[in-house]
Design a protein around this ligand. Structure first.
Ligand code: 5GP
Ligand code: MN
Length: 324
């Protein structure tokens, strides 16, 4: 692993033009790790562009406030390398195929179990709590090799955000002693912990609760072990809340006593349903997601099913019930 990190450090050091990006429907770890890398490269005097064809959810706007995020159509550079962060699958990199395929080099930094090491340079560790932890390790190693400590208050705040969102505030089994050590170091560097917690977990708009009320009415519990909630595009529209702002509802399915697998079905458009899967103790939901061409982690994974909400639910339940 040290080799991979060192190769990436040498590459970053020796190159000048970079695109940083992550996956569709960005979450705290995507945005935190991408920003951590973006700020670090800027500090090194590199040309770096943040390109993402999606928008941050409301509760993460505080992180990207003032950062220039380009859409693919606004990006015009020719010679560049891509750093894909927290993106387990090449096809999920959230920029145009053209920009992706024209990159000189793709560097993949990720912690998804389903990642097939699609980069030219890869730093992948499925045991890591978050991609932010990998970026942190990289910056620590950068300091060891190059003698330059890049982590400042901004970078610490970005990386701390991904650490708390991907570990469920240090609750999930992916939280290791190293995650707490990292948290300690980031706090010492000035990570704005109170602001992060308030913005991420304590700033839901009223419309979120109206939608949540409707969503909980669809709660279905099967054999006491599987729970599902369905959100249609009409429900989102009626409550004036966007698709990327309701991901937190997934945890309501998993958090029920006795439930092993929680499922959230979210209708993006007609015959396109985003499925989120969570497990508590023993089911590998990454395997289930992969059977629908998705991916993720053992305890949190997702996929898209091109069918009605009702049919998507039937298909997922059939796959999940085989594992219970
Ligand atoms: P969520 O349910 O929060 O959208 O995603 C849970 C985890 O699974 C995240 O780490 C996310 O990156 C991954 N994931 C979600 N949907 C997909 C998908 O369609 N393909 C892949 N490869 N990973 C996904
Ligand atoms: Mn992640």
């Amino acid at each position: 692993m040290k080799n991979n990190i060192d190769n990436i450090i040498e590459f970053l050091h020796g190159s000048n033009d970079f695109v940083v990006t992550s996956h569709v429907s960005p979450d705290g770890d995507n945005i935190g790790s991408t920003l951590g890398m973006y700020y670090s490269l800027k500090k090194l005097g590199k040309n770096v562009y943040y390109v993402l064809d999606d928008s941050a959810p409301l509760n993460l706007n505080f992180l990207v406030d003032g950062v220039k995020i380009l859409k693919s159509s606004e990006f015009e550079q020719k010679d560049y390398s891509i750093i894909a962060l927290d993106c387990g699958d090449k096809s999920r990199i959230c920029l145009s195929d053209d920009i992706r395929d024209s990159a000189k080099t793709i560097i993949c930094i990720d912690h998804h179990a389903s990642n097939d090491a699609y980069g030219d340079l890869n730093y992948i560790d499925a045991n890591a709590s978050s991609t932010c932890e990998l970026v942190y390790n990289l910056l620590v190693e950068f300091k060891n090799i190059k003698g330059l400590d890049l982590i400042d208050e901004n970078i610490a705040t970005a990386l701390y955000t991904g650490l708390v969102t991907d570990t469920g505030n240090f609750a999930y089994s992916s939280t290791h002693p190293s995650s707490f050590e990292m948290a300690k170091e980031l706090l010492l560097k000035g990570a704005k912990r109170d602001m992060i917690i308030q913005q991420v977990f304590q700033s839901n708009p009223y419309n979120y609760y109206k939608l949540l009320g409707e969503a909980l009415n669809t709660l279905d519990i099967i054999d006491g072990k599987v729970a599902s909630i369905s959100i249609t595009k009409e429900m989102l529209k009626n409550n004036t809340i966007s698709f990327n702002d309701v991901d937190g509802i997934t945890s309501y399915t998993r958090d029920i006593q006795g439930v092993e697998v929680g499922i959230l079905l979210k209708e993006k458009k007609e015959n396109e349903v985003k499925v989120s899967l969570r497990s508590k103790n023993y089911v590998d939901v990454s395997q289930i997601a992969q059977s629908f061409n998705g991916g993720g982690h053992v305890r949190a994974a997702g996929c898209t099913i091109y069918d009605s909400v009702e049919n998507a639910k039937k298909k997922v339940l059939e796959a999940v019930l085989k594992t219970i």
